[in-house]
Design a protein around this ligand. Sequence first.
Ligand code: KIV
Ligand code: NA
Length: 261
Amino acid sequence: MTLPDFRRRKALHEPITVVTCYDYAFAHLVARTELDCILVGDSVAMVVHGHPSTLAADLPMMQLHTESVARGAGTKFIVADMPFLEHRKGQREAVSAAQLLLRAGAHAVKIEGAAGNLTCIQNLVEGGVPVMGHVGLTPQFIHAFGGFKVQGREDDAAERILADAKALETAGVFALVIEGVPAPLGKRITEALTIPTIGIGAGPATDGQVLVLHDLLGFTEKPPKLARAFGQVGAEALAALRAYDSAVKSAAFPTEKESYR
Ligand code: KIV
Ligand code: NA
């Protein structure tokens, strides 16, 4: 998957698959699949570091995880999230942040929201930084939204999100994440754009889907409604940990075979 493939895949109606990933070990697994794209999401702050929102993901955190993922990701296309407010500090800061993320191994950055970001996005794109947009339930706006709430339920809100999506396409984003909106709005935005849309909780009509790795593996205790656990790796990991504990306590581990003579 390279940048030009994103648009091609939309034209061919071939769904684009994206998964979040935060470290080398899991990136190495993703590299052995047919998945199209890795997102080093700022959800790392929640999923890996245990923070209550994505606001805690700063530039050093995003760089570190991007570097780790890049070492295991093989030839996969890697998108890294622009941390909360980093791009709002000014053009220089946005460029520096993008530079560090691409040097860390990302091939593109993702920026949440449209209003006030369009010039910055255009500048990055003109400088050679592919930018992915993100509209709808953008988690960095948690305090502005008053929580993780589905967006675009009212007509005027839906129109605003559609207008944002079009403005982002004009600014030059190569793809657009649509998160947490009613399925009909996900479909409408997808039909209105020539760039592919990547949905998460945006219904089945988007050009691709993205899921949080730990949700799809079955690690998350209370996954959101939009997520599906395609495996029960969490339960498997828990069983392994308990088996190790009881094996040591019952003197079943280590055996002679597992010891050096
Ligand atoms: O950080 C993240 O995981 C994301 C996706 C859910 C789109 O931004
Ligand atoms: Na994110």
